[in-house]
Each structure stands twice: as structure tokens, then as C-alpha cells.
Design a protein around this ligand. Structure first.
Ligand SMILES: Cc1cc2nc3c(=O)[nH]c(=O)nc-3n(C[C@H](O)[C@H](O)[C@H](O)COP(=O)(O)OP(=O)(O)OC[C@H]3O[C@@H](n4cnc5c(N)ncnc54)[C@H](O)[C@@H]3O)c2cc1C
Length: 473
């Protein structure tokens, strides 16, 4: 029988993204022996942190805003689905974590006059199409965190995939796993932190709660979040939050087969300002709630590759040109389909939409817009978050859509110290979770998006800090 390699440390972290490395550095700063286990053997292993756009915000607000306001926003956009104590932790600690990172020389820039673009990782990743992550903000921060980890005696073990948690009575005492060379290993640790990044890249986990057809949803992510932490925690008796929402954007449907079309350009601003219809020409979602909400609704359709955003020249020249790498002109540059026609019947034919359905829906929408009754439409159309545009002056445009999933919002249930909870609400001793593998900060009916960077770094930071205190006693 081949022996498992035995590895011992105080703190074992599963996953070397921002959550895992923040936790690792913080715990090692407190004098603990930390090992971070990363499944990829690559020096510059891909993960969502490496691909990030780098905008540190809290629910699309400046991280330095009033803490009570930020907490309220988190509770509002999640319809109360967020755990109050986690919302408070994010509202309070994001600025603390950003200052801590700045202490390592991590640089931020202001990317636009919008208050929530005031802290963007430098050099910015959102300046060019494609996934050019080398040397950009996410890559730079991962390298900095690894350097800092080494300075305080920690280390990343690449090519080590965690597989199963180890138990001694009710306590987690580490895990077993397999290296990229097929060697089994066994880790013994006083504290284990699951930080494996979510389950967005596991089609079977997505099928059902997120979408009936995962193959028709674009993987707008590194492909590394395969739900290992969720599976391991569940097998150990951990509670799991709702798994039915994700953070993502609206992409060209061509992104299902053309990698040049993700992560940008996204079509969110056009969609929330104009109209999204199914192949019957009818609206099916409240566009005014924004891109992440619409993307979740599209993913849930019986056929997630059947929706189209429709707008006219004013939309194309207005919201079509706003924010980073906008669809006008980048969609065309990157090879995405943009239909253009002098009249709506011709547009419907080009886009494969029911002509009768589209004509009647556009008429009702334009009428409601003029009368100020958009909020009474079915489905309702929220108007408080952005200005709705009429669809009335030729030429008319249509872009076939797909939902792009970046990360899943639900996951392992944790308390405010990032300790993993059992289904009865008690803590599992020795087990923590951080980053997008956790749940309880985002989601709800309207897929409320709080921010992947604030949630992953704050939970990592808090897990690391709590472990230092807990192991001292
Ligand atoms: C294109 C893109 C743009 C984004 N832009 C923004 C933005 O502007 N603002 C914002 O707030 N958020 C943004 N995000 C989200 C943000 O980057 C993520 O939420 C955050 O980086 C997640 O960190 P994490 O550590 O939880 O996960 P990850 O960075 O994915 O790290 C998880 C790591 O765990 C490893 N792993 C998985 N399973 C195992 C296992 N069994 N054993 C060992 N290792 C394992 C993976 O290989 C991976 O390296 C963006 C994401 C993407 C993809």
C-alpha cells in the first residue's frame, strides 16, 4: 500500500485566491505556521482573483462611505437575505483591508468619477478586451500576497487539491487530498480554511438551482471554482445557504463559442436602459434592476439562449457607449452579433424574434414610458435606478444575449468570524470558510450583488484574525 504524505501546520488553507491568501497572511502575521494548498501546479495559476476587474466597492458604493449606510444597502439589495452580522462586517472592514493591503505597497487608482470606482487595483485590468491578466491588478495583488506570506514564514503548496475533510470527534483536524502527480497527502492542522472560490464551474451543481441548461450559460470566470469546498463542508455536516443566485453580466450569445467575447464587453447598461425580450418578442424580467438580476433571469429560462436586447440609435449612442469597454464599438470589434434594421419587423426577422410579439411589446413599453406607468407593467419596470430609453427612432438594433456567470453567491454558511456552521447553527470547531465558497452576504430574490473583492478579502482577513485569537487560548 502506498503511504500518504503527512503534512502538519497550524493553519491549512484550501485555495490560493484573494480569500485564501488574505486569510493565510493574516494568520501568519499572528505567528501561526500557515500552508496554503492550491490545486493548480502552475506558477501563475488561474483563478477568479487573477482575472478580476479589480473594483473594490461595497454594493456599488465607495468603500469609505458611512458604515451604517453600507450595511443598510447590503440588507436592501439582498431583500434581507444577507446575514446582518456579515453585512456589518463587510461595511466596516472593507476599508480596513484595503488600508492593510496598501501597507504592502498595493496600488489603487480612481477609474472614473463614479464614487464606487475610487479604489481600483492598479494597473487596471478593465482597459482592454480579452483576458490579459499578466501584470494587471489581480495578478499583481496575488504576487504581493504570496511574497508577504513567505516573509512571515508561510508558503503556497501548488498542485495540491484538497478532497475530504478529516474529523476527530466533532472537530475538523485537516484534510486529505491528491497532488497533481497523483500522490495522496494528509494534512493535520488546528484550523482549516476553505477558500476554493465557489461552484460556478461545476455544471451539475448549476443545473437546477441556477439554470436548467448550464451549457447555455457562459463561464465568465477562471473555470477553477468547481465546488470542492461546498461538497467537503456538506459532507462534514455544514449548513448551506440558498444556492440559486450568481454574480454575472449580460454577454453576447456568441460568447458561448467565441472566447474573445468575455469577460467584456457586457451589455448590462443597454439592457437596463432599453428592453430585453424572449423569442416570442415579450419582456420577461424587470430590466431596471440591472445586469446581474437580468442575467439570473435569463439563466433560469427554459432556453437560456433565447433572449435579445432591443434598442434604437439613442440607446446605442447613449448607454451603449458608457462604462468600461462598452458594446459600442467593442461588440463589433470583438466579433459579436449586432443586428441593425430600418424598421422593427425587419429587425425581428433578422434576430429570429416573433414580429407580432415584438411590435406589440415595443408599443406598450413606449406608451408606458410616455405615461410614466412603466412600474405598472407586467413584469414591472423599475425606473428609480436608471433612465429608461424609448425605442422609437430608426435604425433599430438587437443583440442576442447569454448570461455570463462569474461566481456563485450561495455556499457554506459562516458566522461573522467565518467559522463554518452546522445546520443547527452551532460552530464546527477547527473549520472556517472565506471568499466565494461561502454564502450569506449576497443574493436574495433580486440577486443582490455586494462585491466579490470586498466579500472575499474581508472574510479571509476575519478568518485569519479569528484563528490567531482562537489558537492563542
Ligand atoms: C472577469 C472577472 C472580473 C471581476 N471583477 C470584479 C470587480 O471588479 N470587483 C469585484 O468586487 N469582484 C470582481 N470579480 C470577482 C472577484 O474577483 C472574486 O470574487 C474574488 O477574486 C474571489 O476570490 P476567491 O479567493 O474566493 O476565489 P478564487 O480567486 O477563484 O480562488 C480560489 C482558488 O481555490 C483553488 N481551488 C479550488 N478548489 C481547490 C481544491 N479542492 N484544493 C485546492 N485549491 C482549490 C482554485 O484553483 C483557485 O485558485 C471579478 C471576477 C472575474 C472572473
Amino acid at each position: 500500500m502506498i503511504q500518504k504524505a503527512g503534512i502538519a501546520c497550524n493553519v491549512a488553507v484550501v485555495g490560493a485566491g484573494f480569500a485564501g491568501l488574505t486569510a493565510g497572511v493574516r494568520a501568519a502575521q499572528g505567528g501561526r505556521k500557515v500552508l496554503v494548498f492550491e490545486k493548480s501546479p502552475e506558477e501563475f495559476y488561474l483563478c477568479n482573483s487573477r482575472l478580476t476587474g479589480g473594483v473594490f466597492h461595497v454594493a456599488l458604493n465607495d468603500i469609505f462611505s458611512d458604515e451604517e449606510m453600507l450595511e443598510r444597502k447590503i440588507m436592501d439589495i439582498t431583500g434581507g437575505a444577507a446575514k446582518r452580522e456579515l453585512a456589518r462586517a463587510i461595511a466596516r472592514d472593507t476599508k480596513r483591508v484595503v488600508s492593510w493591503l496598501q501597507g504592502f505597497g498595493v496600488r489603487f487608482i480612481r477609474a472614473s468619477p463614479d464614487p464606487w470606482h475610487s479604489r481600483v487595483l492598479a494597473p487596471p485590468a478593465i482597459a482592454q478586451l480579452g483576458r490579459r491578466w499578466q501584470g494587471r491588478g489581480g495578478d499583481a495583488l496575488l504576487r504581493t500576497l504570496e511574497t508577504e506570506l513567505k516573509k512571515v514564514g508561510g508558503e503556497i503548496r501548488r498542485g495540491h487539491r484538497a478532497h475530504q475533510l478529516r474529523r476527530e470527534s466533532d472537530r475538523c483536524v485537516g484534510f486529505t487530498g491528491v497532488t497533481a502527480n497523483g500522490q495522496e497527502f494528509e494534512v493535520t492542522a488546528q484550523a482549516t480554511i476553505l477558500a476554493d472560490g465557489g461552484f460556478q464551474a461545476d455544471p451539475e451543481r448549476l443545473r437546477g438551482p441556477i439554470t436548467p441548461a448550464p451549457e447555455k450559460v457562459v463561464q465568465r470566470n477562471a473555470g477553477t471554482g468547481t465546488g470542492d469546498g461546498l461538497r467537503m463542508a456538506q459532507a462534514f455536516g455544514a449548513a448551506i445557504t440558498d444556492l440559486n443566485a450568481f454574480y454575472g453580466h449580460l454577454l453576447s450569445r456568441d460568447a458561448l463559442s467565441n472566447d474573445a467575447l468575455w469577460p467584456y464587453p457586457w451589455v448590462d447598461l443597454l439592457a437596463r436602459s432599453c428592453m430585453v425580450v424572449g423569442s416570442d418578442g415579450r419582456r420577461f424580467a424587470d430590466e431596471g434592476l440591472g445586469g446581474t438580476y437580468i442575467a439570473n433571469q435569463i439563466a433560469r429560462l427554459p432556453d437560456p439562449a433565447s433572449s435579445t436586447v432591443v434598442f434604437d440609435q439613442a440607446g446605442w449612442d447613449g448607454p451603449g457607449t458608457e462604462r468600461f469597454l462598452p458594446p459600442n464599438p467593442n461588440m463589433i470589434k470583438a466579433g459579436g452579433t449586432v443586428f441593425k434594421a430600418k424598421a422593427l419587423p425587419e429587425l425581428a426577422k433578422l434576430a429570429g424574434i416573433s414580429e407580432a410579439g415584438l411590435l406589440s411589446e415595443v408599443e406598450s413599453y413606449n406608451r408606458a414610458l410616455k405615461l410614466g406607468t412603466l412600474e405598472q407593467m407586467s413584469p414591472a419596470r423599475t425606473t428609480s435606478l436608471c433612465k429608461p430609453y424609448a425605442i422609437e427612432k430608426a435604425p433599430f438594433y438587437a443583440i442576442p444575449l447569454a448570461a455570463g456567470i462569474t461566481y456563485t453567491m450561495g455556499g457554506i454558511a459562516i458566522d461573522e468570524c467565518c467559522r463554518v456552521l452546522r445546520t443547527d447553527g452551532t460552530v464546527i470547531p477547527g473549520l472556517y470558510a472565506a471568499g466565494n465558497t461561502t454564502g450569506g452576504m449576497e443574493g436574495g430574490e433580486k440577486a443582490g450583488y455586494v462585491g466579490g473583492l470586498c466579500t472575499s478579502t474581508v472574510t479571509g482577513f476575519r478568518a485569519g484574525e479569528h484563528i490567531v485569537g482562537a489558537l492563542a487560548t
